[in-house]
Design a protein around this ligand. Structure first.
Ligand code: SF4
Length: 370
């Protein structure tokens, strides 16, 4: 295949679905880790095409969704400071903190800017030497290399009016935390292809062996996802629990060595809180001691801010696959993409937003038309 739309070919999708139906003999619960995969599954109705025995559980792999409320509040506090230019990717501007979002800070006079790369923020810092520029660095192993590179460049170029508010999280510790949960129903994983394209696959075989779950590295197009599910079900039915790479056009076993070297230089592994899930040991990155001068939390003394999560929002249960979005009482009522109560309704990769956009009208009338 040469072009991306070939990975949506309906004839090939039908063949893969036939093969999945042919090998499925009992009920299986498979978690797709990544929010991009969730979006693709719901958008293309893949979960509705699968045999009834196969349930897709939507995992915690949406970076916006797992960023804790208190990190959003720290961003709001920093962005409201006079003299600060606060830069972020656009999807973080509508994520509600405990009382407002970054759009509100902007409307109140804060200098909040949407950028398309952390290096754009560094350029803004270089062009505004009398201002402080902060970039909101969130996300998984996928977004971290560019943020690491930006801090590395800031230090190399001596740009001291730049800092990074860091909230990076790592997939393998989250998989371990999901499997350790007493309420875990997950029997297999579609691992996130883009994370593995950076980090490689070496962390996954020990997890597959420890928890006795198949793991298949999977891409994001409909045929990628169907192929990942097909390979997963074959392993489940055979009682195997191995790592397979179903996304070889993007993923090498060693990942991206240059990106990994940059990450090792700039970040240290640390404990991180995940929104709705809580603290997971050694599940994130912070700036290493060599780069602490670029740590916005230290520069603006916001490390001690703590915020409680909303008592209405059940995004933590959604992120752990314990409920589907429409089982939350606020879904489509108090909580919509226009007025989100939780991050899973804000981000386009969030499971609640995906259900609202693509599945709402299929749900019971009291939910769909609320
Ligand atoms: S529908 Fe809204 S309130 Fe309910 S879990 Fe999702 S984000 Fe939270």
């Amino acid at each position: 295949m040469k072009y991306l739309d070939e990975f949506s070919n309906p004839d090939l999708a039908a063949k893969l679905l036939d093969q999945i139906r042919a090998v499925t003999t009992r009920r299986w619960a498979i978690m797709e880790v990544c929010g991009g995969q969730t979006h693709s599954i719901i958008r293309h109705g893949i979960d509705q095409l699968l045999p009834n025995e196969i349930e897709m559980i939507h995992g915690p792999g949406c970076p916006v969704c797992v960023t804790p409320l208190e990190v959003i509040d720290k961003a709001l506090a920093i962005a409201a400071r006079p003299g600060v230019i606060f830069c972020s990717f656009g999807d973080m501007l509508r994520v509600p903190g405990s009382s407002k979002d970054l759009f509100h800070v902007k409307s109140e006079g804060g200098d909040v800017r949407v950028v398309y790369s952390p290096l754009d923020a560094l350029n803004i810092a270089r062009d505004n030497p009398d201002r402080q520029v902060v970039f909101f660095g969130i996300g998984f192993e996928t977004t971290a290399p560019a943020n690491a590179m930006t801090v590395y460049q800031a230090k190399r170029l001596g740009i001291e009016n730049f800092s990074l508010l860091v909230s990076h999280v790592l997939v393998p510790p989250a998989i371990a935390a999901i499997m350790e949960s007493p309420s875990c129903r997950v029997q297999a994983f579609l691992a996130a292809g883009h994370v593995c394209s950076v980090m490689g696959t070496e962390e996954y075989p020990p997890l597959a062996a420890k928890y006795k779950v198949p793991m298949v590295v999977t891409g994001f197009e409909p045929l990628d996802i169907l192929e990942g599910i097909r390979r997963t079900v074959i392993q489940l039915e055979a009682g195997k629990f191995e790592l397979e790479n179903a996304y070889p056009r993007a993923v090498q076993a060693a990942g991206n060595p240059a990106a990994r070297a940059m990450l090792r230089d700039v970040f240290d592994v640390t404990d991180r809180a995940w929104r709705g899930i809580g603290m997971i040991p050694q599940s994130g990155w912070k700036l290493s001691e060599r780069y602490q001068d670029y740590d916005a939390e230290l520069r603006y003394s916001v490390s001690d801010m703590h915020t409680d999560e909303s008592s209405i929002c059940r995004s933590g249960e959604v992120l752990q696959g314990l409920i589907k979005p429409h089982e939350c009482a606020a879904f489509g009522k108090e909580c919509t993409p226009r007025n989100p109560l939780g991050a899973t309704m804000v981000s386009s990769e969030g499971a609640c937003a995906a259900y609202y956009l693509y599945r709402r009208l299929d749900l019971p009338a009291e939910v769909a038309h609320a």
